[in-house]
Ligand binder design. Sequence first.
Ligand code: HPA
Length: 266
Amino acid sequence: MEETINFIKNSIGDFVPEVGIILGSGLGELADEYCDKAISYNDIPNFIKSTVVGHKGRLVFAEISGKKVVMMQGRNHFYEGHSMQEITYPVKVMKKLGVKTLILTNAAGGVNESFSAGDLMIITDHINFMGTNPLIGKNDETLGERFPDMTEVYKNSLIELAENCADDLSIDIQKGVYLANSGPSYETPAEILMARTLGADAVGMSTVPEAIVANYCGMNVLGISCISNAASSAGGKTLSHEEVIEATTRAKEKFKKLVVKIVGNL
Ligand code: HPA
C-alpha cells in the first residue's frame, strides 16, 4: 500500500481528492471530459489490469464542479478471476488518498418490472449474493473494525441529495436494491425470479464488494445503476454484453449531468 500511495502521490503532487467515483460499463466518458491527470492501472504498483471491453483502466484525477475528484475509468471484477481483496484494493487506496465520499456506478439488469432500459437507479441497499466477502482474512484495524455495521451502506443523506439533483435536472430516477452475483454468466429466468422474490430491483456483477469495503473504511457511499436491460425473466429475450454497453451509452448524457451535479452539491 505504501508503495502504491507513494507512486500516485509522486504523480499528482499536492492534489488531495475528496470524492471518488468508480465508473461502470459504458459510463467511463466522464473521465474523458474531466481529466487533469491520468495514470494507467498498468503503471501503478500493485494494481491489477482491467481486461473487459468497455472498461479503460485508468485512474483519472480532475476537478469537477469545484471538487477534487479521483475516478476509476474501468474497474476490476471478481469474474475476471481476481480475488475479492484485489478488486477492492483501489477503494482502500482512495481512502488513503483522502477520499471521503465514494460514488459507485454500474450497468445492471432491471429486475423490477416497472424499470426500462436506460433508467437510472439510485441504490438504496444491496444483497451480497457473490458467495464471499471482501473483508474475509486478517483485519487491518487501521482501516476498520472486524465486524463492521452495514445498516446504512448507501448514505440516506446522499440518496436524498441524488434525488434532489435528478429532480432539478428533470431526470426521472428510480430507487432500489441491487443484488450482486459473481457472473460472468447472466442470470437465468429462475434466478431473476429468485432475485425479485428476495427484494432486489436490479442485478449486476460489481459494486457490492467495493461498497462493503468503503463502508468498512468509514467512507460515505452513493450508488447509481444504469439499467441496461430487463433481466431475463420472461419473453425468451436473450442478452449480450453489446446490448448492455449500447444501453449505457444511450443513458450516458443524463448520467454524466447527474453525477456532475451531485459532486457539486456534496
Ligand atoms: N445481469 C447481471 N449483470 C448485468 C446485467 C444483467 O442482466 N446487465 C448489466 N449487468
